[in-house]
Write a protein that binds this ligand. Structure first.
Ligand SMILES: [Zn+2]
Length: 241
């Protein structure tokens, strides 16, 4: 059951700012769900079927079959924890709010993001912030070579009490090449972040235009009994009037 009602944002901090700030630009940080899109290895392509067409029916209706981790999406705890929260119950307050982008494009593709890497930005990250990692994955030539998050770095973020982690990578953990059951050994960073109740947004794009702070809005589809859902994600930047 998805019973959660949209709660009113407290956002006292922003409410105070709103009088003197106005939205300057809006950035769409979402991938297009389409044939040929970049997908995590092993995930099947989305399938589009026209169940009604203009030619035959005078209108178009499309059926989409896709894994819920296709394109820009939000992982909920159910992804790695068998009794974890499902995506339709994710607290939207955790997916909307002030965020900061950490530039990590100097990290080589396939390398590990460490506690030291995050410590560089320690002064920029406050409690209840949405932390966004830009590793440059969107433009990397090798889709399987994405940066991963060291377990200590995941703990570092949890200890900072961030409210959401959003990344351009397709996963926080290395590909489980040995196969077999997934666990906190194969997916440690997922377990640490999702286990702490922090939603995880993956496969963001268009991050290069963003530096430092902005307002982040991520709305995953409200799908029943699911471990993730595709999301539309935008960032708003503000200017003085
Ligand atoms: Zn995912």
């Amino acid at each position: 059951m998805c019973s959660q009602a949209l709660r009113t944002r407290k956002g006292e901090h922003l409410r105070g700012e709103r009088q003197k700030m106005k939205v300057d630009r809006m950035f769409d940080l979402s991938m297009t769900i389409e044939k040929g899109m970049r997908l995590f290895p092993g995930i099947p392509e989305p399938v589009f079927t026209k169940v009604r067409t203009h030619q035959e029916n005078g209108l178009q209706v499309t059926k989409l079959e896709a894994v819920v981790h296709s394109g820009t999406h939000v992982d909920s705890p159910r992804h790695v924890i068998s009794n974890g929260e499902v995506i339709c119950n994710t607290n939207l307050d955790r997916l909307i709010g002030e965020g900061t982008v950490l530039g990590l494009k100097h990290k080589p593709p396939g390398s590990v993001i460490t506690e030291d890497d995050l410590n560089t930005y320690a002064k920029d990250i406050g409690k209840n912030d949405i932390v966004i990692l830009n590793t440059g994955y969107e433009k990397s030539a090798e889709p399987e070579k994405y940066c991963t998050l060291a377990p200590e770095a995941a703990h570092w973020l949890v200890n900072r009490e961030i409210k959401c982690l959003a990344v351009d990578m397709p996963s926080l953990d290395p590909i489980n090449r040995k196969g077999g059951r997934a666990s906190d050994q194969t997916h440690p960073a997922h377990h640490i972040i999702l286990g702490a109740g922090i939603p995880l947004v993956e496969c963001l794009v268009n991050l290069d235009a963003l530096h430092g702070r902005m307002f982040f809005v991520c709305l995953p589809l409200k799908i029943s009994d699911c471990d993730a859902a595709p999301a539309r994600v935008i960032a708003l930047t503000f200017s003085e009037p």
